[in-house]
Ligand binder design. Structure first.
Ligand SMILES: Cc1cc2nc3c(=O)[nH]c(=O)nc-3n(C[C@H](O)[C@H](O)[C@H](O)COP(=O)(O)OP(=O)(O)OC[C@H]3O[C@@H](n4cnc5c(N)ncnc54)[C@H](O)[C@@H]3O)c2cc1C
Length: 472
C-alpha cells in the first residue's frame, strides 16, 4: 500500500520535530518494526519514525496524522512480548526515547513525575538516590515508563506491592486529535467522575500517547531475604503457596521454577543456584523492617514448606548469595531465549496454578514439545514457554521448524482454553498486542468487547492510534 505520508506531510512533521528526528529508509526503520516477540514474521517497518522531544511536539504530530488518516504506533523500550509496538498498518512509529527526563521526585508527597521515555533502570536509580523506593520490577529494565503504563506491567513483586496500575496517580495523555489531557495528579484519592486515567493504564497505546506519568513511591524497605525451597513434585510446591498466604504472610515474591531452566541459566551466566535437589523449586523473597521480623517470617515460611514435604530450605541471607539467586531468576529468559518461540503469561486464580501447570505437562507430552513453565506463583501468573528446542542432558537442542511450527498455534490455543475454563485471563501482564488478539473473545464476551470498541472510538474516532491491536 502506498504511504499516506506525502512529501508535504513529511515536511510538516520535520518542521515539528526537526529533520534529524523524522526518518525513513529500511536501514534506519528496521529496528523500529519489531519488539521482543521472537517470530520476526510479525515485524513491519514504519513509513516514518518520528521522535518528538516534548508534549507539544507529540500533540502536533498526532494532529497532523489524525487529519490525514495516518496510523500512529507509540513505541517505548520495545521490550513487549506480543507485538504491541509493531506498526502493522505502516504509517508513523512515534518513539518516546527523547522524552527521557525524571522531572520531579517529591519526597513529601512520595510521588515522582517522569516523562514517558525514561527507562525503568534510570527511574529506579533516581528514586533510590532520593532515598525512596519504587517496588514494581518487571523483568526487563530497559522498558520505558510509558510502555509500563500502557501494558500495566507486573513482575515478580506484584504479590506484595501490586502492578504498575497500583502506582499510577496521574497521567498526561495526548489524544489522537492532539488534545492534552491531565488525568489524576499527586492524589491518593479521587471519586470525581469516571476514572479515565485507569482506562489508559493497560490500553496498549490505543487511546492516545502517554507523555508524563505521576507515580506513587514507597519508603525504602529495610531487609530482604530469599528462600530457595526444592520439592520432589509440582503439587506440594504449588499447594504450599496458598498456605503461606493464608498464614497472613505476604512475601515480596513467590516464584515457582523447574530445574531444567535453572540448570541452563547457571551455565549461561556462570553462577550457582543453591541446590539441585528436587524437580520444582519455590523462590520465596521476603522483606521486612527488622532482623527479628525477617527471622520470624523466614521461620514461618520454612515451617509451612516442610509440612508440605519440602526437601530442604536454603536461605540466601548475605547480599552476594541473594544477588546470585536473583541474577539466575532474572536471566532465565536470556538463557533460553534462542530456543523460545513465545512466552505466554496466562493468569489464573492462585489455587488453579497447579492444575493449569499439570495441563501444560499433558499438552507437552501430547505434542512431544518441551514447554518449560515457571512464574509468579502467588499471583497465579504462569509463564509457559513454547519452545523450538528440546532439553537434553543440560543443553538445549534445536528442533526442526517443520516440527515446532505447526504445533505452536495448537499448543497456545489449548492452553488458553484451559485458562478460560479455570476462570483465568490470557494475559496477566504482557498485554494482548497483535499476537493474542485472535484469542481475546475466549475470555471476554462480545458485549464487553463492544463496549471497549465504543471507548476506543470515543478517544480515537478516526482509528489512527495503534490500529490492529487488542481487537479490531
Ligand atoms: C526479558 C523480559 C522480561 C520481561 N518481564 C516482564 C515482567 O516480569 N512483567 C511484565 O509485565 N512484563 C515483562 N516483560 C514485558 C515488557 O517488558 C513489558 O510489557 C513492558 O511494560 C513494555 O514496555 P516498553 O517500554 O518496552 O513498551 P513497548 O514494547 O515499546 O510497547 C508496549 C505497548 O505499549 C505501547 N506504548 C509504549 N509507550 C507508550 C506511550 N508512551 N503511550 C502510549 N502507549 C505506549 C505500545 O504501543 C505497545 O502497545 C518482559 C520482557 C522481556 C523482554
Amino acid at each position: 500500500m502506498a504511504s499516506l505520508i506525502t512529501p508535504a506531510i513529511r515536511e510538516a512533521l520535520e518542521a515539528v520535530v526537526g529533520p534529524a528526528n523524522a526518518f525513513s529508509g529500511a536501514d534506519r526503520t528496521f529496528d523500529y518494526g519489531h519488539d521482543e516477540f521472537s517470530l520476526k514474521e510479525i515485524a513491519h517497518a514504519p513509513d516514518l519514525v518520528v521522535r518528538p522531544g516534548t508534549t507539544e511536539e507529540v500533540a502536533a504530530v498526532l494532529r497532523l496524522a489524525d487529519a490525514n488518516g495516518i496510523p500512529v504506533t507509540p513505541r517505548g523500550g520495545a521490550t513487549g512480548l506480543c507485538g504491541g509496538c509493531v506498526p502493522v498498518c505502516g504509517g508513523i512509529v512515534l518513539a518516546l526515547e527523547r522524552m527521557d527526563r525524571v522531572l520531579e521526585i517529591d519526597a513529601d508527597n512520595q510521588m515522582a513525575v517522569t516523562e514517558a521515555g525514561v527507562r525503568l533502570s534510570d527511574f529506579t536509580k533516581a528514586v533510590e538516590e532520593a532515598g525512596l523506593y519504587f517496588p514494581p520490577h518487571p523483568g526487563d529494565e530497559s522498558a520505558m515508563m510509558g510502555g509500563l503504563v500502557a501494558t500495566n506491567a507486573g513482575g515478580s513483586r506484584a504479590v506484595k506491592y501490586g502492578t504498575i496500575r497500583n502506582y499510577v496517580r496521574g497521567l498526561e495523555l495526548v489524544t489522537p486529535a492532539g488534545d492534552v489531557l491531565k488525568l489524576g495528579g499527586k492524589l491518593e484519592k479521587s471519586s470525581t467522575g469516571y476514572n479515565l486515567m485507569h482506562l489508559v493504564v493497560g490500553s496498549e497505546g490505543t487511546l492516545g500517547v502517554v507523555t508524563k506519568v505521576t507515580l506513587h513511591l514507597k519508603a525504602k524497605p529495610g531487609l530482604m531475604r530469599s528462600l530457595v525451597v526444592p520439592f520432589d513434585a509440582l503439587d506440594p510446591a504449588l499447594e504450599t503457596v496458598p498456605l503461606i498466604m493464608k498464614k497472613g504472610i505476604v512475601p515480596l515474591a513467590v516464584e515457582f521454577l523447574e530445574i531444567e531452566p535453572i540448570t541452563l541459566t547457571e551455565e549461561h551466566i556462570h553462577k550457582k543456584w543453591p541446590t539441585k535437589l528436587g524437580r520444582t523449586h519455590l523462590l520465596v523473597i521476603l522483606d521486612a523492617t527488622s532482623e527479628e521480623e525477617i527471622d520470624r517470617l523466614s521461620q514461618a515460611v520454612a515451617e509451612v514448606c516442610c509440612e508440605k514435604g519440602a526437601i530442604d530450605v536454603f536461605i540466601a541471607d548475605t547480599p552476594s548469595k541473594q544477588d546470585e539467586v536473583l541474577a539466575i531468576r532474572s536471566k532465565i529468559y536470556d538463557a533460553i531465549k534462542s530456543g523460545t518461540v513465545e512466552i505466554l503469561d496466562i493468569a489464573v486464580p492462585r489455587a488453579e496454578v497447579a492444575g493449569h501447570v499439570h495441563f501444560v505437562r499433558e499438552v507437552a507430552a501430547k505434542y512431544g514439545m518441551w514447554l518449560p513453565t515457571f512464574g509468579h506463583a502467588a499471583d497465579g501468573n504462569v509463564h509457559t514457554h513454547i519452545m523450538k528446542a528440546r532439553y537434553e542432558a543440560g543443553r538445549m537442542v534445536p528442533v526442526p521448524e517443520s516440527e515446532w511450527r505447526p504445533k505452536t498455534d495448537l499448543v497456545r490455543a489449548e492452553l488458553f482454553r484451559d485458562c478460560q475454563a479455570r476462570g483465568g485471563v490470557i494475559s496477566g501482564e504482557h498485554g494482548i498486542g497483535l499476537v493474542k488478539k485472535p484469542y481475546l473473545s475466549l475470555v471476554l464476551d462480545e458485549r464487553q468487547i463492544e463496549i471497549m470498541r465504543g471507548i476506543r472510538r470515543a478517544f480515537d474516532p478516526n482509528g489512527t492510534m495503534n490500529p490492529g491491536k487488542i481487537f479490531d
